[in-house]
Design a protein around this ligand. Structure first.
Ligand SMILES: [Zn+2]
Length: 83
């Protein structure tokens, strides 16, 4: 279990002008995205990782890195000239 030592980051600079935003939100947002019950989601349209603010600190870390992988994967496609 991770010790609550760091804030959940609000932004993450991936370099080359690409930046990810991280927002901790309530369950209504996930319902609006048609994925109620998910602990987190990456939305490429607004370059934002949404994390359910009610989950544990440990789970937030896990969700943060999981969604960051999705973000990096999308930017990798863009870097190759896709999308
Ligand atoms: Zn995933």
């Amino acid at each position: 279990m991770a010790i609550k030592k760091y804030r959940v980051p609000r932004t993450r600079d991936l370099g080359f002008g690409w930046k990810v935003y991280i927002k901790q939100v309530g369950p209504d947002i996930f319902k609006a995205f048609n994925c109620p019950g998910l602990p987190g989601i990456w939305m490429v349209d607004d370059k934002t990782i949404y994390i359910d603010k009610r989950i544990s600190y440990q789970k937030k870390i896990e969700v943060y890195f999981h969604e960051l992988i999705h973000a990096v994967a999308d930017f990798e496609v863009r870097a190759r000239g896709g999308i």
